[in-house]
Design a protein around this ligand. Structure first.
Ligand code: M6R
Length: 612
């Protein structure tokens, strides 16, 4: 996690760095800092807490350096404090480093450096990096213009773990060095200036031209040049990629919070995801060259992901099973990678990740690849790490998602997985074409149906006001509604800090019903006409025990004992998670607002989980 930014050009670096950090705050927000070069010296300013706390520091507005690095932290080693915040310096104050990732062998390296006489002031793993650079620099007897680069290369060879690093050196005052391994880093190419960032949206207002770094590449930036090297310091060439997202999509655009803006962007995100793959009812998926013969050889599909992205897998498992007749397992990436799953060349593994940078999901993909399985990544970020590892990569078109709580990425993932299921089903010809054609018609209606739900949110808000002080809530559903209940429960936990559990409605009587007592809130999702009667019976069981029930349904339900019924439009069962999740997202959002919490940046969380 953590966000890093860098600038080299002719403008004052300070405001550009802080502006970039504010946009990267979703990646971590327990301390922040910047380093620039002024009067031949490296000047570091850092503070505990949010990026805005940097403005409390004397002189922060008077920095004149035109080259600088910056960091916003999500603590892994060492509690959030000024000492532990980045940038970290070496003992001679010659090198400043910001780092995103984890150095797994830092104990060993620290012991080595202490034996050589180095002293440490923080409890971080990062502090070994500037000192190791200094160590290698001082050992090098050659005094040429690649001396700092060599010190960085030797340091990287000694590091185990994951990192994206920016380095300022007082021996090379007009240059900056960056490198990465298993953590994101992009370079924005400007005119007489260059930018660095953990993600593209943070610097989109400055440039649309980017270099995407691969693992172990080392880059030396000056104002007018960007030089790329491989890990042996041999020169390599890289192509610039132009990015289409407008800078405005990374702004709040009049909304109070990014989360609310992103909830309201869902019709557009769905429209664009559908439009990019379904042209006049014909499915065309760029980047996917899968043959009927290959699909016929598959004996199992795994959908692997974390958090909300994993819920998108749970919500779409049945389309692959029912239309393709292939068994599907959905797995949590951090479990999958350590349980020695049964996979071989007949297994298709699908990885879902909004950011494309989630460490566990990437590791799960690498494992399946080693075992000979085909790997298909679904991501929202072009050129993200996961898409560079996978055999095939396909994209949701949700635009940048900034709020930590995922909303438009989830609905776009569910849409895309459904399209993928239909694409496979068309090739396999194991079910009647009419079923697929009907589904296509229903997919085209989704954006308007989401708009309809978003038009009137008063009743959801009213119910949120009624229950926001509660300590526990329960979410129930059957089939795809159960998948949405899992997502509704996660949304509530992460942004409102209310404990909640989700259960398959039929499972309630096997234990959890013991927790239902007078006044407890239960949220029930019922969109499947074949299962609605059974679900109503489950709701009556909890009402009998005193629960307040909030129902989200596309069915006609007439029951005075239900506290609130939110009616949503009717769609195919495979697609219902895209509609029924919207009231869940708004419910969590309104509760968080009622409690006065920071909706976009909930405590302890970060948007992109690049550590295990
Ligand atoms: O970027 P990814 O889709 O791989 O992220 C996976 C999860 O970390 C993410 O969905 C997380 O659960 C969200 N905060 C949920 O809102």
């Amino acid at each position: 996690m953590c966000g890093i930014v860098g600038y080299i050009g002719n403008k004052k670096a300070g405001p550009i760095l802080i502006n970039g950090l504010l946009r990267l705050e979703y990646r971590g927000y327990d301390s922040a800092g910047i380093a620039t070069i002024e009067n031949d010296n490296i000047k570091v300013m850092k503070n505990k807490g949010r990026v805005n706390n940097l403005y409390e520091l004397d002189g922060i507005n008077n920095l004149v350096g035109t080259i600088g690095i910056a960091h916003t932290r999500w603590a892994t080693h060492g509690k959030p404090s000024k000492e532990n915040s980045h940038p970290h310096m070496d003992n001679s104050n010659s090198f400043a480093v910001v780092h995103n990732g984890i150095i797994e062998n830092y104990h060993e390296l620290k012991t080595f450096l202490i034996e050589k006489g180095y002293k440490f002031v923080s409890s971080t793993d990062t502090e070994v990096i500037p000192n190791l650079i200094h160590y290698y620099f001082s050992q090098d007897k050659l005094n040429d213009d690649k001396k700092v680069l060599r010190a960085v290369k030797n340091t990287c060879n000694s590091l185990k773990g994951s990192y994206a690093i920016e380095i300022l050196s007082k021996y090379n005052k007009d240059k900056m060095i960056v490198t990465r391994k298993d953590n994101p880093l992009v370079i924005g190419k400007g005119n007489g200036e260059n930018y660095i960032s953990s993600d593209i949206p943070a610097i989109l207002s400055y440039t649309k031209d980017f270099y995407l770094l691969d693992d172990n590449e080392i880059v030396e930036l000056s104002r007018d040049d960007v030089k790329f090297y491989n890990k042996e310091l041999r020169s390599i060439k890289k192509q610039v990629k132009s990015i289409e997202w407008g800078a405005l999509s990374a702004e709040k655009d009049g909304y109070d919070d990014f989360m609310l803006k992103e909830i309201y962007e869902q019709p557009k995100a769905i429209r664009e995801t559908v439009g990019a793959k379904l042209d006049n009812g014909h499915i065309e998926i760029d980047g996917l060259e899968i043959t009927k013969e290959y699909l016929e050889s598959i004996n199992k599909i795994y959908i692997v992901a974390c958090g909300t992205a994993m819920h998108a897998g749970v919500a779409t498992k049945s389309i692959f099973e029912r239309l393709c007749k292939i068994p599907v397992e959905v797995d949590i990436a951090s479990e999958f990678r350590y349980r020695n799953p049964l996979i071989d060349e007949k297994t298709l593994t699908i990885y879902v990740s909004q950011s494309g940078e989630t460490a566990d999901t990437i590791a799960a993909l690498k494992l399946a690849k080693l075992k000979g399985a085909k790997t298909l990544a679904i991501s929202n970020v072009i050129g993200s790490s996961i898409t560079r590892e996978a055999d095939y990569s396909i994209y949701t078109h949700a635009g940048p998602e900034i709020a930590v709580a995922s909303t438009k990425a989830y609905t776009s993932q569910v849409v895309l997985l459904n399209i993928l299921g239909m694409y496979f089903a068309e090739k396999l010809e194991r079910v009647d074409r009419d079923i697929i054609n009907k589904l296509k018609e229903d997919i085209f209606k989704l954006p308007t149906q989401v708009e309809e739900i978003l038009k009137d949110t008063n009743r959801i808000h009213k119910f949120a006001k009624k229950v926001y002080k509660e300590k526990d809530m329960f979410f129930l559903g059957r089939g795809t509604d159960y998948a949405v209940s899992m997502e509704g429960s996660l949304k509530l936990k992460e942004i409102s800090y209310i404990h909640s559990e989700s259960y398959a409605s039929g499972e309630l009587k096997h234990g959890p019903i013991a927790l239902i007592e007078n006044g407890v809130t239960v949220i029930a999702i019922m969109t499947n006409s074949e299962l609605v009667e059974k679900s109503i019976s489950n709701v009556e069981e909890v009402i009998t025990r005193g629960a307040k029930v909030f129902v989200i349904t596309s069915e006609e339900i007439d029951n005075d004992e239900i506290s609130e019924i939110i009616k949503i439009p009717k769609t195919n069962t495979f697609l219902s998670p895209i509609l029924s999740v919207i009231p869940m997202q708004l419910f969590a959002y309104y509760i968080s607002k009622e409690k006065g919490l920071d909706v976009d940046k909930p405590r302890n969380l970060a948007k992109s989980v690049t550590v295990e």
